[in-house]
Design a protein around this ligand. Sequence first.
Ligand SMILES: [Cu+2]
Length: 558
Amino acid sequence: MTDLLSNDTPKLNRRRLLKLGITSGVATTAYGLFPHQASDAVADTALVTPYLQPFLDPLPIPLIKAPAILAPPPDKFPVVGEAGRDPHQRFEEFRPQVFYEINVRAARHRFHMQLPEEQIWGYDGLLPGPTFVGRVNTSALVRFRNQLPLDHVGFGSPEIATHLHSGHVGPASDGFASDYFSPRKAGPTLRYPGAFYDYHYPNFPHAGDMREITNTLWYHDHRDEFTAANVYKGLAGFYLLFDPLDTGNEATGLRLPSGVGRYDIPMLLQDKKFDAGGNLFFDQFDTEGFLGNHFLINGKVQPYFRVEGRKYRFRFLNGSMARYFEMYLTDERDLNQDFAFIASDGNLLGRPLTLKKILLGMGERADIIVDFSRYAPGTVLYLVNRIAQDDPRKPREDRLYPGIRMLRIEVGERTPDNSVIPALLRPQGPRANLVGARRRTWKFERNNGQWSINGKFFDPERVDAAVKQGVSEIWELEAGGGWAHPIHIHLEDFWVLSINGKPAPPEWAGRKDTISLLPGWRAEVLVRFRDFTGKYMMHCHQHAHEDHAMMIRFDVVP
Ligand SMILES: [Cu+2]
């Protein structure tokens, strides 16, 4: 693991480059051309990577979701027209104060100006979906109205379940994989007929402790067996929370760079595969997952972004199916620049770390602050992915040079800046008492071409662990076989106690909700589920693994 987190030296030599076919003229100018594709091209001309000129499109900034008045008004129990669901837990206590309605629908989208328009599925028809901006201790309710085409052609399922990743919510609002609902009222064969489903997001800190707040969350589809397809098709967006420290205002609290979409920029990092005709490719029958041949931020291949000469907060989210990212900030000579790392999986650390790179497995987030006032106006910088990966199995240990320039940043004139990079961020809550904690072991393995946990495949009706509410447990997570598995635990964040018997690296010292295990790794994490009871999931966040069927159900019991 130390290799993966500390290797700072690009090692890709010329022989390797030749072997991968990326020394050709086209390839060296097309950072989007990933080595994997060059060899694919020989085998399958239908999958030749289309050349796309980088940095033509501006970085898309997701819209901010506006509140709405809902009719009929939502309730603890399903209302008229709503899909069947369990009642919302603690609804009276956390009565919703703000309401939203999202239309989940098909739409046209262009991934790059040289690509044809494509049909996507998006929250409000957008990719990424609109950004929710909420406040801690202000309870929200989101009505997801399913307007997807029932008789669609191509990949994906129009039956959806929405998961708020890192959400601290009751089981009826967690997007449990089999609690999906169809686009419109249909026959009795559909398990949850109905046109919409109300999700209750109380937005309170874990156990009411203001040290246990998550600020960068995301929402995405979690439909049993179709999560990979539906997220790939566009169903993902950001959900941000502010609080008395991370206030969203540069004049108050920690004074972090603020203004969502202005100086506080969510960045959905993904790869996608396009065929020679520039059409989006997806293989519904691929249980291993696959890598894309182009790299996108917020739904555009290699965009550019003009910044002012001041501080910005970037919120990275790895929303890919199988692609790891290790993000660097570089200048035009490919020299790595410093940035401040402030939050892991949306949780502010005790104090910022100065880093030159940050590793992100699927589902993981990293919030960083970059001070562009350090650069002369006119300077060009890049966000670069340097991790080498040519197989959905796992990233390689070497690094690409110069790597994949995913975003070109053009630094403008200096502008007033009230924000700071504070010396201290959020006081860290006490870890649970380890003495007497119950241990469970979870082994993630390949099994007959599918994916299992402790030798079993996901069954929504089978309870794999009954966890007592409020009691600490140590979960040992083990990645067997030759595959990497980023493991995500729902409902509450965890502390990483150890990786392969050693302490967690400083980047992982705070609370997390996803941990990226490389082949053979064993991690111990401390979990405790305090605020709700009922059914939740733990799973691999490699979506193809999760769909086939590397997922467990755990029930929190009183
Ligand atoms: Cu996996």
